[in-house]
Design a protein around this ligand. Structure first.
Ligand code: GRF
Length: 199
């Protein structure tokens, strides 16, 4: 029996991408993989509740209990190694990863971003702000991207994208919702392909 990939999902918010990944693993759309743990930097992140409801181990670390991002991330790596995590999926995780995590999981960290990278990515570009900028720029298309995570914010290789039309009547809020619905399809599809390439 092929070993199951142990996946860690990092989330700071509602966890709707986490939910689609949980369902994709359980339905075996993503084969030979399980969400082994859900981690958050926010104690009240609903993503942690989703993990608990799904019977998945969760853990939280308070950044204020650590002297630096590196010390914080070193402690995250320690826990991930104990759980034999093979890959990390960022899903609305609002911390920037520091060197201990990036080096321990080099080439095995994915992120989903709500724009067609490389446009509308980078420092400060997350959440509703991305969609406001897309509309302000008068774009006719937007969408979401799954990319490898490296030291450059939203800079790693893009693995997959899905597009949506930006209609004249669209607001940042309606665009957010349209793109999020595509994220829920894109992330599982990208993870499935990624894991096939991992081993
Ligand atoms: C999504 O918009 C995603 O693109 C971004 O953060 C949001 C996560 O939403 N990375 P959720 O917590 O998965 O619902």
């Amino acid at each position: 029996m092929e070993k199951k990939h142990n996946l860690a999902v990092f989330a700071s918010g509602s966890g709707s991408n986490l939910q689609s990944l949980i369902e994709a693993c359980r339905s075996e759309y993503i084969k030979n993989a399980q969400i082994r743990v859900v981690f958050s930097n926010k104690k009240d992140a609903y993503a942690l509740k989703r993990g608990e409801l799904a019977g998945i181990e969760t853990f939280f670390l308070n950044r204020k209990d650590f002297t630096s991002d590196e010390d914080y991330d070193l402690n995250i790596v320690k826990k991930l190694k104990e759980l034999e995590i093979d890959a990390i999926l960022l899903a609305g995780y609002l911390m920037i990863l520091s060197e201990p995590l990036l080096s321990a999981y080099e080439g095995r960290i994915l992120n989903i971003h709500p724009s067609l990278l490389p446009e509308f990515g980078g420092k400060g570009m997350y959440g509703i702000k991305v969609h406001r900028e897309v509309i302000k720029a008068g774009k006719l298309k937007s969408g979401c991207s799954v990319h490898l995570v490296d030291e450059e914010i939203d800079g790693g290789a893009v693995l997959a994208q899905r597009e949506v039309d930006v209609l004249p009547e669209d607001t940042a809020e309606t665009l957010f919702a349209k793109v999020l619905a595509e994220e829920h399809k894109l992330y599982p599809a990208a993870v499935r392909i990624f894991l096939e390439s991992l081993y």
